[in-house]
Design a protein around this ligand. Structure first.
Ligand SMILES: *Cc1c(COP(=O)(O)O)cnc(C)c1O
Length: 400
């Protein structure tokens, strides 16, 4: 038996490698940040982290983590309802709720767990869940854990969403589920249209704002704020593992009674360990910072605008938008991977994305800006892109 499984999986691994889909992991020998050291000592500039606000290695954040460790200890060795809830856990939940203009919030070990735990308590066979075709894997898995009828609408397509709402008219409850920002294109869910349809068809709206909380919208409240819909989204799920410090942790924010019910019934909450007090205490400091000033998200916005403008001027084909996820379209998969390797040689750390992560023929390099990038970092990246682009024949060489 073991022999057969082993042989089977070894063949699968070989196939993954042969198809060029093998995910090799590069080893980093420094804290996360804009300037990182790779194993072996090479220093490179990081342009592919979800470290949007530059907090992952920020001195103020590290100091807050030390303080939290000393004051609250390392871990809780318990789930929340036995002896895993400290005053700071509740304080962070209330802080997140207030930040997002929701009534209450509940913490999870990760947003993957938040999304895995939000559907099954509320929705059963009488209900319908209608999900954007490009939703994150954790939403798809969370929906799979229910016995609800499942509908998938074409990405961002309100007409198709309405057609699915029509089909689901006889359901007891209807839920519309979407990422706030989609990670491969950096595009936004059409929230105003979604909220309008939800009202018309009496549906609950669930938005996963993992790539938005902390920096999208004028004060960083996320996609809802960007569209003037703060307080009008039923549930917002999110992560502490991206802009909000980059460690780990997730949450669901929403109506108080429904959050209360999740504490009774949500399995990843009930049967998984309490979030480390180190993370909780540090997150409180981060939310307090983000409520004091918008300087970090403002700098990120300016960095994004500058990089997008310079790359366009350099002749690259980038997906339009204003999100710090900037897809540099190369279309051809081997080219995208070769391009990323050549950029690393130039000291710029980015990753090529190809099928099945993005559709066939849509290969790209996904750049992610950070508030911690300086003008010089961005200039260096654009120059490296230009050098490699010319070398690989993608950009015309300047006539001299
Ligand atoms: C990253 C991400 C998650 C997972 O978040 P974790 O906290 O790392 O589990 C979930 N949803 C979306 C949209 C994400 O981008």
């Amino acid at each position: 038996m073991t022999e057969r499984l082993l042989a089977h999986i070894q063949a699968e691994l070989k196939e993954i490698r042969a198809a060029g889909l093998y995910k090799a992991e590069r080893l980093i020998d420094s804290p996360q940040g804009v300037e990182i050291t790779l194993e072996g000592g090479r220093k490179v500039l990081n342009f592919c982290a979800n470290n949007y606000l530059g907090l992952a290695g920020h001195p103020r954040v590290i100091e807050a983590a030390h303080r939290a460790l000393d004051r609250w200890g390392y871990g809780m060795a318990s789930v929340r309802f036995i002896c895993g809830t400290q005053t700071i856990h509740r304080k962070l939940e209330k802080t997140i709720a207030e930040f997002l203009h929701c009534e209450d919030a509940i913490l999870y070990a990760a947003c993957f767990d938040a999304n895995g735990g939000i559907f099954e308590p509320f929705f059963g066979p009488e209900d319908a869940i209608i999900s954007d075709a490009l939703n994150h894997a954790s939403l798809i898995d969370g929906i799979r854990l229910t016995k609800a009828r499942r509908y998938v609408y074409a990405h961002g397509d309100l007409a198709d969403l309405e057609a699915k709402l029509q089909e689901a008219k006889d359901a007891r409850f209807r839920a519309i589920v979407t990422d706030g920002v989609f990670s491969m294109d950096g595009d936004y869910a059409p929230l105003p249209g979604i909220v309008e349809l939800a009202r018309r068809y009496d549906a609950v709206v669930i938005v996963d704002d993992s790539h938005a909380t902390g920096f999208v919208g004028p004060t960083g409240r996320g996609t809802a704020e960007k569209f003037g819909l703060l307080g009008q989204i039923d549930f917002i799920t999110g992560t502490l593992g991206k802009a909000l410090g980059g460690s780990m942790g997730g949450f669901v924010a929403g109506p108080a009674a429904l959050i209360e019910y999740l504490r009774q019934r949500s399995r990843p909450y009930l049967f998984s360990n309490s979030l480390s007090p180190v993370i909780v205490g540090t997150a409180l400091e981060i939310f307090s910072w983000l409520s004091e000033t918008t300087e970090l998200r403002d700098r990120l916005e300016e960095n994004t605008r500058y990089f997008r403008q310079r790359m366009t001027e350099a002749g690259f084909d980038i997906k339009p938008g204003d999100h710090p996820i900037v897809p540099i379209m190369l279309y051809d998969a081997p080219l995208a991977h070769r391009f990323a390797d050549a950029l690393l040689e130039e000291g710029i750390y980015v990753i090529g994305f190809s099928y099945p992560v993005v559709p066939k023929g849509q290969a790209r390099i996904r750049v992610q800006l950070s508030a911690a990038h300086t003008r010089e970092h961005i200039d260096k990246a654009v120059e490296a892109f230009t050098t490699v682009g010319q070398r690989l024949g993608l950009l015309k060489k300047p006539v001299s």
